[in-house]
Design a protein around this ligand. Sequence first.
Ligand SMILES: Nc1ncnc2c1ncn2[C@@H]1O[C@H](COP(=O)(O)OP(=O)(O)OP(=O)(O)O)[C@@H](O)[C@H]1O
Length: 322
Amino acid sequence: MTDGRSDLCDGRPDGGTAPDETRVLVLNPTSGTSAHVERIRTLAAQHGFTVQETEREGQAIELAAAAASDGASVVAAAGGDGTLNEVVRGLVAADALGDVVFGVIPAGTGNNFAGNVGIESVEHGFDVIEDGTERDIDLGFAGDRPFLNSCIGGLTAQASSETTSELKADLGVVAYVLTMFRTAVDFEGTRLRIETDETAERAWQGTAVLLLVGNGRRFPSRGQTQADVEDGLLDVAIIEKKPGSNLAGLARSTARERLLGADADHVTRVKTAGLTVRVLDDDPTTFSLDGEEVTARELAIEVSPASLRLRVGEGYEPHPEG
Ligand SMILES: Nc1ncnc2c1ncn2[C@@H]1O[C@H](COP(=O)(O)OP(=O)(O)OP(=O)(O)O)[C@@H](O)[C@H]1O
């Protein structure tokens, strides 16, 4: 693999907007507080974007696929992680990953992925599309569905829907975990069999309350959650039920440490290029891909290395400390 870097200024002596770029922005006007919508429309026009606004759930997939099929060279997403995920799904559906540069305008509640690639605000997102460094980053796949940040198994729809925006902004995916413990303290977990590419002969089998698979994100007990998104690997954490794990009432930071503590014997961690998850219970399990849900009995999860072309902010750290 190359270092994923290319010079955006090729053929653009002024370093400004490339005249030959056809730019489309897929905007979810319902993401976050929606207060950003007018500002994004204005900035998008200034930066030469045609804006396509979604009117319903899932439509960003179709709009992004159509934009790519019509020859757009930059397809950007304005919204939260769910909208980013849908736009990337559209690029995958149009088989356009290698042809199109993906742009990120953070306009959701938590904007976890944007933060992981150094994009700090709406204005900064447009600046980065103009003159950010281009990287080829890894994309996770669960079956044929892509994910940028994470694939989380074992969450109930109830936990997901009861997670507050404030908590999501603060903790990201760990918020779901905390909500799960608060709303379903009796949750006994899901029986899973997990085989990784490297250790197919030594499968993990047991009862997990949570399976965390990170591409752009990892799940330490404390500190930096940004993962290396150019290493061709997924960060996996399998969390088993621990006696007395009712975390309600604990400070959030304490809860995260308790749940994901490196020395905790109820957490199994592995880095892998791929894994297969089989649900051994009668009912299938719900997995959340960047917040978008999918229900399955068996899921092949793998990384597609260096497959998404993305312009990143100055603060992007290609190889964060593990
Ligand atoms: N016009 C629309 N009306 C209702 N829902 C929409 C519309 N357009 C998109 N959606 C749906 O909104 C959902 C959530 O969007 P998104 O994740 O971008 O925002 P968010 O939840 O505010 O932010 P974050 O993921 O950062 O917390 C997506 O699943 C998407 O399908």
